[in-house]
Design a protein around this ligand. Structure first.
Ligand code: ATP
Length: 235
């Protein structure tokens, strides 16, 4: 039987009087790439933040690799192999590409990832290795953020809008690299507004609409469904 790596049950999360997620449930099995699709403000970032421990949850539970991680701090979930690559990238602009990668001293128990592995995945970072991260293009910064996430040797990568702001060519490069993680046994929960691109790399997906899961299915099912498209577009 394939292991359920991540199990989110009835998760409710809010900001003051705003409830951003309502009773959200989903699973990621070992080796799967799962997409969370939704329009602006649907709650996608909130979901990843609640899983990794950046945000507290109001109710519900997060289980990972068979243990409860609800309310754990981000550094603790990272040590267990949950690596969060946030939207906005959050790299250190005043440090070199190399220093950004070397900063990570966590081993999450997943497949070993060395700097050489990251450079093989993103050769562009090799060309910019000694340069300050702040001088990288948007796409290169995204590659660096993902590379840094991988340096923690995760079992589960949480990716927030990796294709945001990238040219179609760079989006393809970044999403292609994400697809390649599967072969290394790394699972991914991928948040994307770019539905087409996400469904190309994902095995399954969930549609999040104003804080609730309104549809789920295989990538092929979601791609084919006109209802999903409407829900996703907020029509
Ligand atoms: P986007 O793609 O625009 O980032 P999203 O799907 O990631 O959207 P979230 O950022 O998770 O959505 O936001 C979900 C809801 O929570 C929105 O209604 C948003 O306005 C609200 N929200 C997010 N952050 C805060 C905050 N710090 N304080 C109050 N409300 C917030």
């Amino acid at each position: 039987m394939i292991e359920t790596l991540l199990e989110v049950s009835d998760l409710t999360v809010g900001y003051g009087r705003v409830t951003a997620l309502r009773e959200v449930s989903l699973t990621v099995r070992a080796g799967e790439t799962v997409a969370i699709l939704g329009a602006n403000g649907a709650g996608k970032t909130t979901l990843l933040n609640a899983i990794s421990g950046v945000l507290p949850v109001r109710s519900g539970a997060v289980r990972y690799a068979g243990r409860g991680i609800t309310g754990m701090k981000p550094w603790a979930t990272a040590r267990l192999g949950v690596s969060h690559v946030p939207e906005g990238r959050e790299i250190f602009p005043g440090m070199t590409v190399e220093a950004n990668l070397r900063l990570i001293d966590v081993h999450g128990g997943g497949p070993d990832f060395s700097i050489d592995d990251v450079l093989e995945m993103f050769p562009r970072l090799g060309e910019r290795f000694g340069q300050l991260a702040g001088g990288l293009s948007g796409g290169e910064q995204q590659m660096l953020a993902i590379g840094r996430g991988l340096m923690a040797s995760p079992r589960l990568l949480l990716l927030d809008e990796p294709s945001l702001g990238l040219s179609p060519m760079l989006s393809r490069a970044v999403l292609g690299a994400i697809a390649g993680l599967k072969a290394r046994g790394i699972s991914a929960l991928l948040v994307e507004q770019n539905m087409r691109a996400a469904l190309k790399v994902a095995d399954r997906g969930y549609v999040l609409r104003v804080g609730r899961i309104t549809a789920e299915g295989s990538a092929a099912e979601l791609e084919a469904s006109p209802d999903i498209r409407r829900a996703y577009l907020g029509v």
